[in-house]
Write a protein that binds this ligand. Structure first.
Ligand SMILES: *Cc1c(COP(=O)(O)O)cnc(C)c1O
Length: 237
């Protein structure tokens, strides 16, 4: 149908333009931070967005996609172009680890030894080790997910035993704030934890649409961008 076709074209033009804008922001932040832009990977967060959004971004060269909701993700993973790389970035219920271990390449939100052990046991033998980040509750807010910083050393020790997991680094999802200075603080704290406890793993998953510059200044190697690529989401965040 012509109407749909033109809507699709408009949407993919928009996604292409927004991807280019985000990449320009990443480059500008890297320049400011004295870092090489190749050090920062862009994870396009397609949660709640339709398959067409993923396909459009893929057509513009984007390969890494982040999803939070398992059912929504599995439908897209099945139908998405070959070559898309999938990252699970949502809260993990321990009874849902198997489909995550079977269908994703990266998991950013491991925050307990129990979930880590299950992902290790359930990672299919024909696939490479599952790349994981340990999520840290960097704000210390008891209502937030992530391991408490003082429990991180024990969790790291535990996870290092699991050869079906490749421990890549730390991840945080701090409270959204609105000045560069206040945004940098929790990212800086995460980087220091990384240096102290996990110096062999170099990746830091931090920064979203509203604070990617602060995250890059503090050493992010993965920024997770949804809204500024795919537009605002309805309801769920
Ligand atoms: C939704 C989400 C993002 C993307 O947030 P935007 O503000 O839309 O860029 C990044 N990381 C996590 C863990 C998310 O849940």
């Amino acid at each position: 149908m012509p109407a749909n076709a033109s809507t699709d074209a408009t949407q993919s033009d928009t996604i292409a333009a927004k991807l280019a804008e985000v990449k320009a922001r990443i480059e500008a932040a890297c320049l400011l931070a004295g870092r090489a832009p190749e050090e920062v990977n862009l994870l396009a967060v397609s949660k709640t967005k339709p398959l067409e959004a993923v396909t459009s971004a893929f057509g513009s060269g984007q390969r890494h996609f982040g999803e939070n909701y398992l059912q929504d993700a599995l439908t897209k993973i099945d139908a998405a172009p070959e070559g898309a790389i999938w990252h699970f970035i949502g809260a993990i219920q321990s009874n849902k680890t198997r489909p995550i271990a079977e269908n994703f390449d990266w998991v950013h939100t491991v925050s307990s030894a129990k979930v880590a052990r299950r992902l290790h046991e359930q990672r299919p033998a024909h696939l490479p080790a599952l790349n994981i980040f340990l999520q840290v509750n960097i704000d210390g807010d008891p209502n937030k997910s992530g391991t408490q910083p003082d429990q991180l050393p024990d969790l790291i020790k535990e996870v290092r035993q699991y050869e079906r997991l490749a421990l890549k680094g730390l991840m945080a999802l701090p409270e959204q704030t609105h000045t560069l200075e206040s945004q940098r603080k929790p990212f800086c704290a995460l980087r220091q934890l990384q240096n102290t406890y996990l110096s062999e793993a170099k990746e830091l998953s931090m920064g979203m649409s509203g604070d990617l510059e602060a995250a890059i200044m503090e050493g992010a190697t993965w920024v997770r961008i949804g809204t500024d690529i795919f537009g605002a989401r309805e309801l769920k965040t």
